[in-house]
Design a protein around this ligand. Structure first.
Ligand SMILES: [Zn+2]
Length: 887
């Protein structure tokens, strides 16, 4: 599952406060827009981090589920009542006792109506409590005897209750979207989401990652619908009543949480992949009709990725086909259902949208799960990193292969930041974690981001050949089975010949990461450098053993020293030939550590010119320009021409430090970058820089030129916002022209402008925006925030429409809008309350001076605000009830 998309949103939440509009608003209203959210997060989670007592270490231990029964085959025959959001199911389940003979079968079955259970002709007795189904088999079965039961049931996902009285929204398992067609903006559809333990909402099973079964599903639908499920479509039969039955079958076993169905009037865009043995298989893309023409550009890299991952793992893609589908109101980022992967609607991108960002990382992530997760499955949620760290690391592997080291390293650093930010919010825990409270906690920056960075370190330590052979070893030894992290260690030990417990103990069974302080002393007399590396992490954090490369650059060239840091403090002495240029600690920039490097500024500057790694060059740009100097200015100027786009962005951000001649030349260069840099992120940063460095008229002319020709919506959005700081009228005129662009990103850019500048006329834009349901992914957050700020500035007649628009967005905006709705509502509640307090004080003042006409006039205003506040509070109570955990 791709949770990292959601982790990124949390980071975005803090990034939002850096956004111009919000910052302005924050200072005017004194409301801590995002900080409050972060704070609440921290408070919530602290409670999970009590130190476990000796007893509770035993009682809270999350063991893998004991296997009493082996599932063998699951056959489902299903049809739907769209009007009731019910699924009628008939399940034929084949299994056998795992070891001990038994006459009972225990299944998970959540919120179902169980009609009957048979074994052959014999009706079986069962007990069902709404969650667990205990079936009395017709006799005692031994471990070499198969049994088969047929269960007739109805799944009612919308009617299921938790222990409280509220309906579950986040783990319904089976989702009916706009099933009665009441919302014209949303194509009616049905889809499923199994992970973590929600497949048992739509079929009785052993809903555990250490269970595996082959499957077939016969889906009966109206002829107008297409269906998607795991495995091959073996037949499609028209029925007498005008319906059609699609028969999907997968002969290779996988875990129940990977079962999938997708149904709707999707278009199927066909692509293919040919396996090494010559077998051609389907690689199809299921999209809504409007997106048919874009599907190949969105997903088109998939066949190349399948070929690449098959090659580097040494294990050919094991499944029948690889189809991908985009659904509405999805509850996660994406999900690796075997051969039938689901994406949220953020994946819908036009060719112009794709100029700014694509979803290839997510596509790679879900695809790599087909080896790590689907073929070999983590035996328990505690071991989740066995699935997610590899899926996460596949993004690095793909970037490295497709776009080069810089792009891979750039994303790797973002992943490391994501881990730290997730740990700061939710606490640090062991990577393989046996003490979570809810399995959903495992879907965090540890299992994904940190796990991915650890694999990268292991690869650096073992070398590529041993690392990838180890992977092949692990996949082959454990295919179609469940595994725990020891099996991964043993696979690498077998290949490398080395006992790797030291590595796995500290990284998999330990928590946190090292903090390193590097002090450097260059003795000219002895022609040597003394490097002191100190592990400065707090005492409750373990000491780490860290193999690392130190590169020393001098007049004779580069000398790479492979060392091991295995003490709290370690000293290294390296000889120097002639002049010392720089010492680069962690030459490959692969360590997961906070490193404070105390070396002279000129060594950082030299580091930029000698290193080919992104992070070393980035650090050089930030630390080598700390004190102004001609060399620092030259560095910034040179970095404006760096081969990698993100370093050009950072150089632009540092260009404020340029003076005199460098400044004149720098501004000229950045002007040309704003117009023609190949990266839209660079063009956008250049605009921001120029808004502070060009005269108003020159800047306005440049912005109009950019708005008329740039294809990137990110650039256009930033050009509009930047233009508004010097000429609001002009920005509003240009924004009006762009309102018709059918792009989520463009709309959210315009919304940000209208948030701070819009008046009564712009209400229509916001109404259309939310009714047309065009915002997807994170744009839904930006759009929502913009609406809130816009509304808080309007007169009460317009503000009165806020809750209506919130309601639409709460329903349409997906997981992102839902996640950020509470803080938006709270912001409006506070803003309205402030208005009320202010008016009450003014009324009191007029009454004292007996100025009743004014007092009456203000009282009318006051009543309007009170009514707005009441609406807001009603809505606030509504969403407090439905707030849910999403994964
Ligand atoms: Zn995943």
């Amino acid at each position: 599952m791709n949770y990292s998309r959601i982790i990124h949103v949390f980071i975005l939440a803090s990034a939002l406060s850096a956004c111009n509009l919000l910052k302005k608003d924050k200072s005017e209203n004194g409301f801590e827009y995002n900080d409050e959210y972060d704070y609440a997060e921290i408070e919530d989670i602290d409670s999970n981090y009590e130190v476990l007592s000796r007893e509770s270490k035993i009682t809270n231990y999350k063991a893998a589920k004991t296997v009493f029964t082996d599932l063998i085959h699951t056959k489902l025959e299903v049809k739907f009542d769209w009007s009731k959001s019910w699924m009628y199911g008939k399940e034929t389940l084949t299994g056998k006792p795992h070891f001990y003979a038994s006459d009972s079968l225990f299944l998970d079955a959540k919120g179902m109506q169980i009609n009957s259970i048979y074994a052959g002709d014999q009706k079986l007795n069962f007990k069902y409590d709404g969650n667990k189904l205990r079936i009395q088999l017709d006799k005692v079965y031994k471990r070499d005897e198969k049994f088969q039961v047929v269960i007739d049931y109805i799944a009612k996902p919308d009617e299921r209750k938790t222990s409280g009285s509220e309906a579950i929204t986040s783990d319904k398992g089976l989702y009916f979207i706009n099933p009665r067609g009441e919302d014209p903006t949303k194509m009616p559809q049905i889809w499923t989401q199994g992970e973590t333990e929600a497949s048992s909402v739509w079929f009785p099973t052993i809903d555990s990652p250490n269970a595996k079964t082959t499957q077939e599903i016969l889906i009966r639908v109206d002829n107008k619908y297409v269906t998607l499920s795991n495995g091959k479509l073996v037949s499609s039969t028209n029925n007498a009543d005008g319906t059609r039955t699609d028969h999907w079958k997968q002969d290779l076993p996988h875990a129940p949480y990977l079962f999938m169905m997708g149904i709707g009037e999707f278009k199927i865009v066909k692509d293919s992949y040919t396996k090494a043995d010559g077998t051609k298989m389907e690689v199809n893309y299921y999209v809504e009709p409007a997106w048919e023409k874009y599907a190949r550009n969105i997903f088109g890299e998939t066949p190349k990725m399948i070929a690449f991952f098959s090659k580097i793992t040494g294990v050919e893609y094991p499944w029948d086909k690889y189809n991908q589908i985009v659904v509405r109101e999805y509850v996660s980022g994406a999900m690796e259902n075997t051969g039938a992967v689901i994406f949220g609607d953020y994946a819908y991108k036009t060719d112009r949208d794709l100029l700014d960002s694509d979803d290839n990382s997510t596509i790679a992530h879900e695809l790599f799960h087909h080896w790590f997760g689907d073929l070999v499955t983590a035996e328990s949620w505690s071991n989740l990193t066995l699935n997610e760290s590899f899926a996460n690391y596949s993004q690095y592997l793909w970037d490295e292969h497709r776009y080069g080291l810089d792009q891979a390293d750039y994303n790797a650093e973002k992943e490391a930041e994501g881990y730290v930010s997730s740990a700061n919010q939710n606490g640090f825990h062991d990577l393989v974690w046996f003490y979570y409270e809810s399995q959903e906690q495992m879907f965090d920056g540890h299992s994904y981001n940190k796990g991915g960075r650890i694999l990268h370190m292991l690869r650096n330590y073992l070398g590529d050949e041993a690392f990838f052979l180890g992977i092949k070893n692990y996949l082959t030894a454990n295919q179609f089975k469940a595994a725990e992290f020891h099996q991964l260690r043993l696979a690498f030990e077998e290949v490398s010949g080395e006992d790797l417990n030291w590595f796995f103990n500290q990284w998999y069974l330990g928590s946190n990461h090292p903090t390193l302080n590097i002090d450097q002393y260059f003795s000219v007399a002895n022609q040597e450098v003394v490097l002191t590396v100190t592990q400065t992490q707090f005492e409750d954090v373990q000491l780490f053993k860290l193999p690392v490369e130190i590169a020393l650059y001098d007049d004779a060239g580069v000398h790479v020293h492979k060392v091991i840091i295995d003490k709290a403090e370690k000293k290294f002495v390296f000889p120097v030939k002639g002049k010392l240029k720089t010492v680069i600690f962690d030459h490959q920039q692969m360590l997961l550590a906070d490193v404070v490097n105390n070396k002279p500024q000129e060594e950082f500057i030299a580091q930029y010119y000698v290193s080919n790694r992104f992070k070393a060059r980035k650090d050089a740009l930030l630390l080598g320009t700390f004190d102004p100097s001609p060399a620092a200015e030259k560095l910034i100027f040179d970095a404006l021409k760096d081969q990698f786009w993100n370093l050009r962005v950072i150089a632009i951000e540092q260009a404020d430090l340029l003076k005199d001649d460098y400044k004149t030349r720098g501004i000229e260069l950045i002007k040309s970058m704003a117009l023609s840099d190949s990266s839209s992120a660079v063009r956008s940063s250049a605009i921001t820089f120029l808004s502070n460095h060009l005269a108003a008229t020159e800047f306005e002319t440049l912005m109009l030129q950019i708005i008329s020709k740039d294809q990137s919506y990110t650039v256009l959005g930033n050009a509009l916002t930047s233009l508004s700081t010097s000429n609001v009228r002009l920005a509003m005129v240009e924004a009006k022209k762009l309102e018709q662009e059918k792009s989520s990103k463009m709309k959210s850019g315009i919304a940000q402008l209208y948030a701070s500048q819009g008046g009564e006329t712009e209400l229509q834009f916001f109404e259309d925006l939310f009714k047309s349901n065009i915002l997807t992914g994170v744009d839904a957050i930006y759009g929502l925030n913009s609406l809130t700020i816009y509304m808080s500035r309007q007169k009460p007649e317009i503000q009165a429409k806020t809750v209506d628009l919130y309601r639409i967005q709460q329903k349409n905006g997906g997981v992102y809008a839902t996640m950020f709705m509470p803080q938006n509502v709270e912001y409006m509640v506070n803003s309205t309350t402030n208005q009320i307090t202010k008016l009450e004080a003014e009324i009191e003042g007029f009454e004292k001076t007996k100025d009743m006409v004014y007092a009456d006039r203000l009282r009318k205003e006051l009543n309007k605000y009170k009514s707005i506040l009441k609406d807001l509070q009603v809505f606030q109570a509504e969403i407090a009830k439905t707030e849910s955990n999403t994964h």
